[in-house]
Design a binder for this molecule. Structure first.
Ligand code: SAH
Length: 359
């Protein structure tokens, strides 16, 4: 039985479900969910992955974030204990690179306690190979936070995996995007609602009839928890993802299967489903809960500010035979037409935290 058949049968009985409910089932259904049963990351063909991410592309990404963490810890007056938290750590590559780079400061390595928030048992096993002494949590609510042990939270390509709602502006109000069963297929349909249940925190763009606006209540919930934890413990968060800086219209719901765009309703549980992240909404949710937010900057500019070019040159000098590859990786992370502009970075800090570098 596949999730497609399970949903087909369910929808025949119950009628349409919201896009949000569909995305949640497709990604995290306890039996059939994409993140529950598959190993999503990696090159097509080599290890059967559907998509790749910055830390999987280049060690430089994690190394620069490792230096960012160690520098911030140092400017926090080198607390003897620090929780280094990652949301959705994938294969554990980012954290392994962070820890290796930051080990130039042995006192930092000694202070660090690694915490992973991860829903996937498959990925937890891979993370344990790279970072054996991490602590795992099902969700952010379960993460321990205590005064006197500050926290640095990293989230790379985590928020794009949270289920979204979509609403379409109509002449008389809004329609919510739904998923229905019809003629042996899953199809999009719409259901009228008088007013779309947008969060009061979500600033809406200018809309015209026919425009789609997306919302992500789960993201707001995560932000609130993140703010609670940082307020208790003190510290900062770095959120990196693809998305937009100002409220925008448009349908960004997409499926990736073996590195190719796919029909998001064709193979639930088999393809990665994502949506672009609304960064201004994340920042508003965090600042309303008491954190300070940085400007939303592009990944390219952020990595350059942290020394991407210097790091690339140092790697080229120590491995001249890999020079072309290293420079190509640098461009992939930072060039405007690659990840450099589409990906954004947002920093968040508690009141007690020193200023964040790179913004
Ligand atoms: N950060 C990694 C992986 C990104 S993929 C990288 O950059 O390579 C998204 C990650 O978030 C995966 O580890 C996935 O299992 C996890 N994830 C997705 N939804 C989640 C949820 N609701 N709760 C916790 N983890 C989740």
């Amino acid at each position: 039985m596949s999730l497609f058949h399970v949903l087909q049968k369910e929808l025949q009985e119950t009628g349409p479900i919201t896009l949000q409910a569909y995305m949640r089932r497709a990604l995290t259904d306890p039996t059939y969910g994409y993140y529950i049963q598959r190993q999503p990351l990696g090159s097509a063909g080599v290890d059967g992955g559907d998509f790749t991410t910055a830390p999987e592309i280049s060690q430089m990404f994690g190394e620069l974030l490792g230096a960012w963490c160690a520098d911030l810890w140092h400017r926090m007056d080198s607390p003897p204990k620090l929780s280094l938290v990652e949301l959705g750590p994938g294969r554990g590559t980012l954290m392994a690179d962070v820890l290796r780079a930051a080990s130039v400061l042995p006192a930092f390595s000694k202070a660090v306690e690694v915490h992973f928030v991860e829903i996937s048992p498959t990925l937890r096993a891979l993370q344990a190979e790279k970072v054996p002494d991490a602590h795992w949590h099902d969700d952010l609510a379960a993460l321990p936070a205590s005064q006197g042990q500050p926290m640095i939270i990293l989230a790379n390509e985590f928020f794009d995996a949270l289920p979204i709602q979509q609403f379409r502006k109509t002449d008389s109000g809004w329609d919510e995007m739904m998923v229905a069963e019809a003629a042996e297929a899953l199809v999009f349909t719409e259901r009228a609602c008088d007013t779309a249940p947008f969060s009061p925190l979500q600033r809406l763009p200018e809309v015209e009839t026919g425009d789609i606006v997306e919302a992500c209540p789960d993201a707001e919930q995560v932000m609130r928890l993140l703010a609670d934890k940082l307020t208790i413990a003190g510290g900062a968060a770095l959120i990196i993802d693809y998305g937009y800086s100002a409220p925008s219209v448009g349908d960004s719901f997409q499926a990736l299967h073996r590195h190719t765009y796919a029909d998001p309703l064709a193979n639930p549980g088999e393809a990665d489903l994502t949506a672009h992240v609304n960064f201004s909404y994340l920042r508003d949710a965090a600042t309303t809960s008491g954190l300070a937010g940085t400007q939303i900057v592009q990944q390219g500019a952020f990595l350059q500010a942290l020394g991407l070019d210097v790091r690339a040159q140092a790697l080229c000098a120590s491995s001249p035979d890999r020079q072309r590859q290293i420079l190509a990786e640098r461009d992939r992370l930072a060039a405007a037409d690659q990840m450099g502009h589409l990906f954004k970075v947002l920093g968040l800090a508690s009141a007690s935290c020193p200023p964040l570098a790179g913004f």
